[in-house]
Design a protein around this ligand. Structure first.
Ligand code: SF4
Length: 398
């Protein structure tokens, strides 16, 4: 924690967050304060698509199920069987993995204990949104949200989106966010990230169609574990959710954006901008104070050039703070260069500090119209789960 506090503001130069120190293959690789790093949730999939050991832009992958099987003297195909039991069948113990020998099951239980998340509470919103309080093996809790909806573009088929957490708590302290005000606990492990999706799908009794990493924490300050977790979610051997249906939202961690551009999957990038004026952004996102917006824009331009994909920009409208005509003009200038889509949302009261309030509906509409007139695509997001504090900026572990 002390290391995080010392480095998060200067993260571009930080060895911990650049991944360049991750030379070993066995746990603890994800050691963000976790005292059970040998747990199966510390492992990722084999051959998950990372350019392991290349020292370059893409994620280096993780200690994998294949590594674990090799350590136990087992053939590689066992790794795939293990992944299928864990993520497709969702079994709660090695004992249930009946195509593995009894002896192997016992050795796995000893080498990499399987301890599923415990659902401590579920709250259900009037709009169908469900918020889960999950406790992991060491008692650390996070909140995860399931958002069911009918997809008008898919003949009325129903969608189920999971908004998951990347860390327990957050170091960045955005002033409008309940998580940020609650402080930082620890990074989540790859399996803990995928586990959130499995739990929500099982509770709804429905296939999860979309994943957004927009819950607690900053995903790019837990980069390797998040990527390994997303690969568990994305892989056909895991949860099998297509990369284009998985969105990672960052507050704007430059090194993470750079690495993400080179990942082979089609994951989608969203950036929480909230203001294109330096002074306003510094006030709203004090954890990134000093990060120059010009550098952020340059990093996003490189992201577009390398990945061939356009990022979206998240913009939470706050009355009298970032909803003025001057802010709209700055947003247009920022977004147009990137040809980025802007997702707007009015601030949720439960997540804000006392002095902040969401923009009035008319002001929000006028602001969006101004940005559209400037040639930028805008969506106004519908607030979901506000009555159970499950909307953006409202999550925390209670
Ligand atoms: S908005 Fe995101 S980055 Fe900011 S404090 Fe909340 S969880 Fe952290």
């Amino acid at each position: 924690m002390a290391i995080l506090a010392a480095c998060e503001r200067g993260e571009e130069e930080c060895v911990q967050h650049s991944g360049s120190s991750a030379s070993g293959r066995t746990p603890p690789l994800y050691n963000g304060g976790v005292d059970f790093a040998g747990d199966i949730f510390a492992y990722g999939l084999e051959a998950a698509g990372g350019n392991a050991g290349d020292g370059g832009g893409a994620s280096r992958g993780a200690a994998s199920y294949a590594d674990l099987m090799a350590e136990l003297g087992e053939p590689t195909y066992r790794a795939r069987q293990l992944a299928q039991w864990l993520w497709q069948r969702g079994v709660a113990s090695y004992e249930e993995m009946t195509n593995l020998s009894h002896e192997l099951r016992e050795r796995l239980a000893e080498a990499a204990p399987l301890r599923r998340a415990h659902v401590e509470a579920v709250q259900v919103s009037a709009d169908g949104t469900r918020k889960y309080l999950l406790a992991f093996a060491d008692g650390v809790r996070v909140e995860t949200v399931g958002l069911p909806e009918v997809d008008a573009d898919a003949d009325g088929a129903s969608r189920l989106t999971v908004c998951l957490s990347a860390q327990a708590g957050c170091t960045l302290g955005c002033v409008f966010c309940a998580t940020g005000r609650g402080g930082f606990v620890r990074d989540l492990l790859p399996g803990e990230i995928a586990e959130q999706v499995r739990v929500v799908g099982a509770d709804f009794g429905q296939r999860v169609t979309n994943v957004v990493v927009m819950g607690q924490g900053e995903p790019f300050l837990n980069y390797d574990a998040v990527l390994a977790g997303l690969r568990l979610i994305n892989s056909p051997a895991g949860l099998g959710i297509g990369g284009r249906h998985i969105t990672v939202s960052t507050a704007g961690i430059l090194r993470g954006i750079e690495r993400f551009a080179s990942e082979p999957e089609q994951f989608v990038l969203a950036v929480s901008l909230h203001s294109a004026i330096q002074e306003t952004r510094d006030r709203l996102m004090p954890g990134l104070r000093g990060q120059n917006l010009v550098r952020l824009q340059a990093a996003l331009e490189r992201y577009v050039a390398v990945s061939g994909r356009r990022p979206s920009l998240e913009y939470t409208l706050i009355a009298g703070v970032n909803d003025t005509p001057k802010e709209a003009a700055a947003l247009v200038a920022f977004a147009r260069r990137l040809r980025a889509h802007v997702n707007m949302l009015s601030l949720n009261v439960g997540g804000s500090g006392e002095e902040l309030a969401g923009s009035d509906e008319n002001v929000a509409r006028r602001f969006a119209a101004r940005v559209r007139q400037g040639g930028v695509e805008v969506s106004m997001r519908v607030r979901r789960g506000v009555d159970i504090d499950a909307a953006c900026g409202q999550l925390r572990a209670r």
